[in-house]
Design a protein around this ligand. Structure first.
Ligand code: CA
Length: 234
């Protein structure tokens, strides 16, 4: 599929990263426009109406999160944040402010472009429509029948509690995208309380055990440390 109808805006002050990203994206057929600070980024956003923004948070004039806030006042286009490795708080804040996903610097080219494609795909179809006909979801060997609330891995049915199933179904509906702990807790239990994260971790440990995953070898659900969980697109 040609990507050339998609226009990407890259907001990044480090020239070598911008060049790398531009080459990558253009090789895949995207149109690319760039900006090297917040002000320029917002200007390019208003005048060029890109389909997706790749946004560095550490920009010379203002905090990159300003761009998220301003763009979200008028648009729901995907925003992928570039963030430093250690900055879990920044990642969570960015996601809470409306960024769709983040990639940790230094990032792998393949990983970033996969996220870009994933966001553009998700934007084209609503979460409902990423399900296969008949209310099914499939990633690798994992399959979910939403109508029957049934999860199978290969040939075997996995017996989840109601809560566990709800978590797995929620992650599957946002497959490929990280969901913060707070976002998951809000969806599953409503309001969060002091014990919520612990409760989520306990459920997640059970889910992964039942899926046959071992610590450090998580095929279906990735733990983004300090941020949240992501169901992997396989
Ligand atoms: Ca920077």
């Amino acid at each position: 599929m040609s990507n050339n109808r998609y226009k990407l805006l890259i907001v990044e002050d480090e020239q070598h990263i911008t060049t790398l990203l531009r080459n990558l994206a253009e090789t895949e057929g995207f149109q690319v426009i760039t900006a090297k600070n917040c002000q320029e980024g917002l200007l390019m956003f208003s005048s060029h109406r890109p389909d997706l923004i790749i946004l560095d948070l550490g920009l010379p004039d203002r905090d990159g999160k300003d761009v998220i806030r301003r763009v979200r006042e008028e648009s729901s286009i995907p925003i992928i944040v570039l963030s430093a490795r250690s900055d879990e708080k920044e990642k969570v804040l960015s996601l809470d402010m409306g960024a769709n996903d983040y990639v940790t610097k230094p990032f792998g080219a393949a990983e970033l472009m996969a996220r870009v494609r994933s966001e553009l795909r998700a934007g084209r179809k609503g979460p409902e429509e990423t399900r296969l006909p008949g209310g099914r979801f499939v990633t690798g060997d994992l399959s979910i029948d939403y109508d029957a609330r049934q999860v199978t891995v290969g040939e075997s049915e996995i017996r989840f509690t109601q809560i566990e199933y709800n978590i797995v179904a929620l992650l599957s509906q946002h497959c490929g995208r990280v969901l913060t702990y707070a976002a998951i807790i809000r969806e599953i239990w409503g309001q969060s309380d002091a014990g919520s994260v612990k409760k989520l971790q306990v459920n997640m440990a059970n889910i992964r055990r039942k899926l046959g995953e071992r610590p450090g070898d998580n095929r279906y659900i990735a733990n983004e440390l300090g941020v949240g969980y992501r169901m992997c697109r396989l």
